[in-house]
Design a protein around this ligand. Sequence first.
Ligand code: M6R
Length: 612
Amino acid sequence: MCGIVGYIGNGNVYDVLIKGLQRLEYRGYDSAGIALLTPDNKINVYKTRGKVSALENFCRDKNTESRLGIAHTRWATHGEPTDNNAHPHYSEDGNLALVHNGTIENFKVLKDALQQHGVHFHTETDTEVLVQLIEFIKVQNSCSLLDAVREALKQVVGAYAMAVIDKNEPDQIIAARKSSPLVVGIGDDEMFLASDATPFVDHTKNVVYIDDEHIAIIRKGEPLRIVDFENKESKVSVKQLEWSISQLEKGGYPHFMLKEIFEQPETLRDCIRGRAVADQGKVILNGVLSNSEKFLNANRIIIVACGTSWHASLLGKSLIQQFCRIPVDVEYASEFRYSKPVITDKDVVIAVSQSGETADTLAAIQIARDKGAFVYGISNVVGSSIAREADSVLYTQAGPEISVASTKAMCSQMVIMALIALYYGQRKGLLDAKTRHEALAALHGLPKQIEDALPAMRETAQMLSPLYASAHSFFYLGRGHAFPLALEGALKLKEISYIHAEGYASGEMKHGPIALIEPEFPTFALAFNDALFPKVKSNIVEVQARRGPVIALANPGADLHVEHLWTIPSAWGPFNAFLALPAMQLFSYEMADYLGKDVDQPRNLAKSVTVE
Ligand code: M6R
């Protein structure tokens, strides 16, 4: 959701910024823009609605010579995605240009006050208020850009990452953040600024994560400085990125989503390596060892998450309850934060987020901590806000996920949930050695099982997509461990193919949804070979009795008579979910691709939802 890039160095500023914006395209956006400080200290702003490629076309005959610059992809919040509302925004006298990610909640109050002082506004955005406010303070107080930014941010309520340049103070970018990510990359005689490290990973692996309510002062030829809003210097702590360029490229696949679906065997291997020790029948979770007592003595576990991470959490609930016998609640972070939750210091909260930047999940963590609960974070992004806000963090180690639709990240979250359940089951003495050994052997077997099954799964998905692509709606049904998967299958289908889909617990069909069944309304049923199979089979028959076509995803030998019986290999108990997941992802992928949709960047969606 919105992306920021900045660059100071001897390279071609325009090229670095455009490449950086392309790398951030995955975050989701609807317009793009760039501000370049020319060698003679003028600021040129070029911006346009649409893709970064549209911005490149727009800039083709423009002067792009520059000594530094900032750039932005905008996901519209205040004001439509027009050329004019795109960032960067100039200040009134054109001395400053600013880009911003997030929302300024009190922008109306600030705008009214500035208008009373004669400041004119030219866009519908909340962002323009920030640049006008900074300039107003700078002029009123005859102060430096840094001091004006500090003072302005003290007046701003909301979430933001921002970067501003000033033609009267050339050779510097001032950037700040609160609840929105911002990272500085430190190269040889050059510095980068971005919403995440993807824009500069091929230039440097040295990164500095800016803390909340801190300001980065990026000056040519000087070391990076970080201060808080009171101008107190902070330590600059340089971390090493472990990403490689190949993780950010499609590697021969037509889409990142397909690549990431096929990466899941590797994701599983990376995620269990050193954690699931099969020959000893043990789970080792270093990140949580020192905090185990909190979990072991917890009255209740509350898992907070959004979207796909929420679905992985539902699977976590059934695993933790099954293996650890601790009650688990799974809450949408967006609901939890406003629900006046009853939390005590005997509760443990687990916050699950691929990006580690989801605004609602971050807010939920803050509420839980304020109430004394111990918070585990499960995140895929090292150094992310959620990873830093949590008391203890477990990384999912899935590598960068570029496609907006989350695939391998969910797989890794499910593994972490399984490991937590097995670890605490083992610590509480509730899991006998035989079950532990079986579960861990099964986990180790999954990567190869999935690797072997993926090509056939894709073929089946390719065969089915033309047959079902004209459907306007789908049901996804599942029971027990399969229920979260049904929800995820439906989410994946709607987000990338734009076909309406609802996930239901199979047993709920009779309580209303079955009224919708007719020959044009297909059902995708998950029917694993477990104790609930006879029940699921009855639910399928009920759909068929209303002439609803059924695709059933089942294990070999399933006694089912449906339009399309899709057989996938069996796994140990609840781990059937790991094989069902890629099959459903591939079904959505092939449907969306068949329909010619923008698979990796579906309309209206953002990868990292940094506003509520
Ligand atoms: O980064 P997070 O895991 O916190 O993101 C949560 C959701 O926004 C995310 O899972 C979303 O639902 C994806 N588009 C699903 O594919």
